[in-house]
Design a protein around this ligand. Structure first.
Ligand code: HEC
Ligand code: HEC
Length: 313
């Protein structure tokens, strides 16, 4: 086993993420996870990899409202960005998965995603000409449900994004246009209060809210995990980093553009009883809407989407 650590380079203001004791971040684990992430060997018909739905050029999200999985089948949620997933406290939009290292089990086994039992995945990898040596280097054992999911978790932890025009501005290096600066004021201001849910270094407080998308939800969101009526229509507040790259938006990809998102919040949204009171009609002027858009566009990290360290060797 090769225990050489992987050194995470964190942007200013980013805390060191919690790394589970049973999956210390090593270069061998990251390299193995990266290879698995891009390898269709983890899908039943060997056509779909994690990267099919999480594409680096799109901040590891996808352009389709619902991305097709094995056999062209469709699931029911929009592929989210994987930027900064190292910081998630609960995983998936409904928080139904408690740890990042367990999450890969969901897409690998899901009939609409990769449709392969994890035991079959392990058998395939252990019969492969060079994966067994890579698993030995990374974990000192063969491919198992534990080591497959841990290696993917290790790779996803290095997907750190914090190098946007907004970050340059916060470091006092300029970077924001006049319009984006005014948009920043609106975003964090009293009227829109975007920054009270989309807060902190990753533009999320990791909590669950109903942001008034529907009167009736086909997807009950957080309620799927808790069964509580007060959780109906609540979803985890998503990061807004690289948001200009991850259209379409919301849990079901129903809003095609950032203009549509801004129009949604400006209108005050639905009448759902769980809707958070901060989502209410705002009466933004056309100029204010375009300023808010300019601010959201300044959250793109162009280094992140072209970093060769995230590509397989
Ligand atoms: C067919 C498309 C598809 C494939 C293939 C796929 N994903 Fe996803 N991924 C999604 C969707 C859709 C979600 C949102 C699921 C939810 O919230 O219920 C998601 C969510 C996630 C999340 C949670 C992110 C968050 O913000 O909570 C992680 C982590 C993740 N995927 C990693 C992976 C890994 C690793 C693989 C490969 C083993 C993979 N995905 C394969 C579509 C896909
Ligand atoms: C009450 C908390 C709350 C407030 C206030 C709020 N949001 Fe959100 N936002 C959410 C939640 C929760 C979601 C996810 C909803 C879903 O997945 O259906 C979301 C989703 C989004 C998305 C789509 C993200 C994606 O990846 O699909 C954007 C963009 C966004 N919000 C921008 C804003 C802006 C701009 C404001 C201010 C005008 C704002 N939000 C105010 C909670 C909030």
């Amino acid at each position: 086993m090769d225990e050489a650590p992987y050194v995470l380079n964190l942007p200013e203001g980013f805390p060191y993420p919690d790394i589970p004791e049973d999956n210390a971040l090593t270069a061998a684990r990251v390299a193995l996870g990266k290879r698995l992430f891009y390898d269709p060997i983890l899908s039943a018909d060997s056509t779909i990899s994690c990267a099919s739905c999480h594409r680096q050029a799109l901040a590891f999200a996808d352009a389709a409202a619902i991305s097709p999985g094995a056999g062209g089948r469709l699931g029911f949620r929009n592929s989210p960005t994987l930027a900064n997933v190292a910081y998630l406290t609960l995983v998936n939009k409904d928080g139904g998965v408690p740890k990042l290292d367990l999450q890969p089990l969901v897409p690998i086994e899901d009939h609409n995603e990769m449709d392969l039992s994890i035991l079959d995945a392990a058998r395939r990898l252990n019969a492969h000409p060079d994966y067994p040596a890579a698993f030995q280097r990374a974990y000192g054992e063969e491919a198992t449900p534990f080591t497959i999911t841990r290696a993917l978790g290790a790779f996803m932890r290095i997907l750190i994004s914090g190098n946007s025009d907004f970050d340059r501005h916060e470091r006092g290096e300029g970077g924001l246009s006049e319009s984006a600066l005014r948009g920043r004021g609106i975003f964090f201001g009293e009227r829109a209060q975007c920054g009270s849910c989309h807060s902190g270094f990753n533009f999320t407080d990791n909590s669950f809210f109903n942001n008034g998308l529907y009167d009736t939800y086909a997807d009950p969101g957080r309620q799927r995990a808790t069964f509580l009526p007060e959780d109906e229509g609540k979803f985890r507040v998503p990061t807004l980093r690289n948001i200009a790259l991850t259209a379409p938006y919301m849990h079901d990809g129903s809003l095609p553009t950032l203009e549509a998102v801004i129009a949604h919040y400006d209108s005050g949204g639905s009448q759902h009883p769980n809707k958070d009171p901060r989502v209410r009609p705002m009466g933004l002027s056309e100029l204010e809407k375009s300023d808010l858009l300019a601010f959201l566009q300044a959250l793109t990290d162009s280094v992140f989407i072209s970093n060769p360290a995230f590509l397989p060797e």
